[in-house]
Unconditional design. Sequence first.
Length: 166
Amino acid sequence: MSSTDDFSTDSDENGEAAGQSMSFSMITQYVKDLSFENPRAPDSLQKMQGAKPDIKISVNINAKKMGKDGYEVALSLSATAKVEKETMYIAELNYGALFGVRNVPDEQLQPLLLIECPRMMFPYARRIFADAIRDGGFPPIMLDPIDFAALYQQQQAGVDENIRPN
């Protein structure tokens, strides 16, 4: 899967980028790691019948440079479901994508990698995550869309240490 966005700019601070266009494309996406644990099976499946589990969800985002114009963005999702303090399941997904990025000013690079890239990846990661939980015998979690801009702003304010570029 490849998606490309082109942007144009007149110049950078030094006037050197006149006429260059910024380029941003998703080259590929992939599952880096997928884990599902059902430590109390088959009892957990019976215990979940009619129960309202306490589900804790965590989202992490990392980005790192790969070559001259490439970046890998990793979106990690995890969920732990408990009923009466007993763990019913633990699901973890580390979903990656490679992006080609050219002529993007430094001040726009981090927001691009930590907001726009995970936004593009999220629908695919959400489906894989929900399917893993469903395939484990539990009702799938349908995660609401995530406001990656708000997460980025929290990270910039130092609130969330889990979202960081490398």
